[in-house]
Design a protein around this ligand. Structure first.
Ligand code: ASP
Length: 580
């Protein structure tokens, strides 16, 4: 090694040791007869000291070192005069006796400090410099730790990590495929896997029994902060299991990860049916760090000549505790919030249950104090509370109320990112009707089995059939999902028919799986976790990009390597592709 120690490990115990350190110049300052340089590497920062009185030439040379120069410094560990208790190496400095510039550097386009002056775009363009910053590096370290702990746990549970191919045929996970043209089979394309779904099922037919893979998946979708065109899953599958076995095994994984990575003992995961999640929270991934459940008020508000409520399909209220003193301005803000085109509510009704027992409402023309108190009781509102009510079409009202509930949770500080509430959401509908396509779609994917007790409804009332599926939700984020699969060829065929595939189409796309099911497919089921999302949750950040070494931007571009890009005419010709 070019060094004896790293920049993060020397302390008071090393006084008078002769050491050699290597790293980057973070900053340098001249104070009278002394020059100090902060030398940085992955492990920390150590102060180098040069004394003008002791060695003029060396000190003058040190003064020439620019930011991000790569330096090898030899010297003696000394106790510092002014210590810095915030740094692990803050008690010592290195009195340098010799140094060598291993490489010069241009002035970096932004400061390589915990709080940088670099904007997003610039940091992405020079991501290798951004990665030198300790908050970014510690995210990557967290990702590594989570991967290791995942492997440790699954290995102990006898899961085999098996790699599946990246050049495959389209998998129907509901998103658009990325495709890759084949030179050797002109006019034909591979698809990049949206997930290894069909392969992991084939591995079960192959008798692998327990499979996992930390694997890249690709979906050509519109991007958001928590979506990337390529993302990583912890993908798992097990044979000879029922739903309960999967829930236990992967609850175990999450508990292990929380304990090992964050030192947190998770309580037993709560469970909620999809129907209840929609009823009480208006979404299938409720944030249960706070209560504020929906209360159905339709029956309590009817018949008072308030048309908006009388004509609404749904009237839903939530109680914001201790908010009865909300000002006009605050209420206007909330009204604007729910009226945004994305939510599309027509308005917001409020009832203030004052601490002094008074009741004030935006609809007191129609509801006297007694009527409002009855409504308040129904919601469990106490004096000092604010009741917020939305009305309209059921679907839309629930969606808008979900957003309003989350907004109130945020405003009231009820969504502490250091508090974790994990939940299994169970019994999703198997199918979703698309008005546009006029056909059923699989809510999860077409290999998901119906709950055994709902099987008889499959033909008579497909919309009522519940899936043997489950999602894991942490703090309102869906971190994983899976299902017990169909392992019977007949049922799988029936499923494809319900989904509008002709026999020929099904055979064409999924013949390989259906054929495999002819050769003794075991009962099986599995789950996949969004690994990037788990990392960002563990790290307390909204954006998965912060936990990916080289992420893409919102337009799916890697601005550092400038991809995607044009390819040469020669390449196009080889592929027999013409760009129109
Ligand atoms: N392949 C599924 C997904 O990516 C997960 C699973 O069913 O195991 O969502």
């Amino acid at each position: 090694m070019l060094r004896t120690h790293t920049c993060g490990e020397l302390n008071i115990q090393n006084i008078d040791n002769q050491v050699v350190l290597c790293g980057w110049v973070q900053k340098s300052r001249d104070l009278g007869g002394m020059t100090f340089i902060d030398l940085r590497d992955r492990y920390g920062i150590t102060q180098l000291a040069f004394n003008l009185d002791v060695n003029v030439t060396l000190c003058m040379e040190a003064r020439k070192l620019g930011r991000e120069f790569v330096v090898k410094a030899t010297g003696t560990v000394k106790e510092r005069e002014s210590k810095n208790s915030k740094m692990s190496t803050g008690d010592i400095e290195i009195l340098v006796t010799a140094f060598e510039v291993l490489n010069a550097s241009q002035t970096p386009p932004f400061t390589i400090e915990d709080n940088t002056d670099g904007g997003d775009d610039l940091r992405m363009k020079y991501r290798y410099l951004d990665l030198r910053r300790s908050p970014v590096r510690s995210n990557i370290e967290l990702r590594h730790r989570l991967a290791i702990e995942t492997r440790n746990y699954l290995d102990k549970q006898k899961f085999l990590e098996v790699e599946t191919p990246v050049l495959i045929k389209s998998t129907p996970e509901g998103a658009r495929d990325f495709v890759v043209p084949s030179r050797m089979n002109q006019g034909q394309f591979y698809a990049l896997p949206q997930s290894p779904q069909t392969f992991k099922q084939l591995l079960m037919v192959a008798g692998i029994d327990r499979y996992y893979q930390i694997v890249k998946c690709f979906r050509d979708e519109d991007l958001r902060a928590d979506r990337q065109p390529e993302f990583t899953q912890i993908d798992c599958e097990m044979s000879f299991v029922e739903r309960e076995d999967i829930l236990n095994t992967f609850e175990g994984l999450i508990r292990h990860a929380f304990k090992a990575v964050k030192g947190i003992d998770l309580p037993v995961l709560k469970r909620m049916s999809y129907a209840d999640a929609m009823k009480y929270y208006g979404c299938d991934k409720p944030d249960i760090r706070f209560d504020m459940r929906f209360v159905d008020l339709k029956d309590s508000v009817n018949g008072k000549s308030f048309k908006v409520f009388d004509e609404a399909e749904s009237v839903i209220g939530i109680v914001a505790e201790g908010c009865s003193d909300y000002t006009r301005k605050q209420l206007d803000e909330l009204t604007e919030f729910v009226k945004r085109p994305q939510l599309g509510a027509n308005g917001l009704v409020y009832v203030k249950f004052g601490a002094d027992g008074t009741v004030k409402s935006s609809v007191d023309k129609f509801y006297d104090a007694d009527a409002l108190k009855v409504i308040g009781e129904k919601c469990g509102a106490k004096s000092g509370d604010l009741l917020l009510i939305l009305a309209g079409n059921d679907d839309k009202t629930r969606k808008a109320m979900n957003e309003l509930r989350l907004e109130m949770g945020t405003r009231l500080g009820l969504r502490d990112k250091n508090k974790y509430e994990c939940l299994w959401v169970l019994d999703f509908p198997l199918l979703e009707w698309s008005e546009e396509a006029q056909r059923w779609f699989a809510m999860h994917h077409p290999f998901t089995s119906p709950l055994p007790e709902d099987l008889t409804l499959l033909n008579s009332n497909p919309g009522a059939v519940r899936a043997n599926a489950y999602d894991m939700v942490i703090n309102g984020v869906e971190v994983g999902g899976g299902s017990i699969r169909i392992h019977d060829k007949g049922l799988q065929k029936e499923m494809f028919t319900i989904l509008g595939f002709t026999d020929e189409e099904a055979q064409n796309q999924f013949g390989f799986l259906m054929n495999a099911f002819e050769f003794g497919a075991p009962p099986h089921g599995g789950i996949a976790f969004g690994f990037d999302r788990l990392c960002s949750l563990f790290g307390g950040s909204e954006s998965i990009r912060d936990f990916i070494a080289f992420p893409k931007n919102n337009s799916g571009r890697d601005v550092m390597i400038d991809a995607p890009s044009l390819i040469s005419d020669v390449q196009l010709k080889e592929l027999a592709i013409k760009i129109s």
